[in-house]
Design a protein around this ligand. Structure first.
Ligand SMILES: [Mg+2]
Length: 122
């Protein structure tokens, strides 16, 4: 079972993504902060991380930088809202593997997001 870590400071988004991907046979961990995310990356070594950019404390770009330094094989998909799209260039420079945009609808997950994931983990 492919391990996935979902990182978002909004618990509703963590729960929504966890439910969606568990139903599709991923083993899903969630983290509400960048600090928890780093601990879970170290402990669980997920194949893929869905990473919110905008979080209080350790933000998504900082977490991305750390993941790519200490676990360069881990694939990271940035999750951005409209107002943080300007951070995508920086995320790409830091080694992000792809990005998806909020709002995250079921239809968007079923089509674009699943394809992006499957191209990364196969
Ligand atoms: Mg956020």
């Amino acid at each position: 079972m492919t391990k996935m870590l979902v990182v978002d400071d909004e618990i509703e988004i963590c729960d929504f993504l966890k439910t969606f991907f568990e139903e599709r046979n991923y083993k899903v961990f969630t983290a509400l902060t960048g600090e928890t995310a780093m601990r879970l990356v170290d402990q669980e070594n997920p194949a893929i991380v869905l990473l919110d950019i905008k979080m209080p404390g350790l933000d998504g770009l900082e977490v991305l930088k750390r993941i790519k330094t200490f676990h360069p094989e881990t694939k990271v998909i940035m999750v951005t809202a409209i107002e943080t799209r300007d951070k995508i260039d920086e995320a790409n420079r830091l080694g992000a593997d792809n990005y998806i945009t909020k709002p995250l609808s079921l239809e968007y997950l079923e089509t674009d997001v699943k394809d992006k994931l499957e191209s990364l983990v196969r």
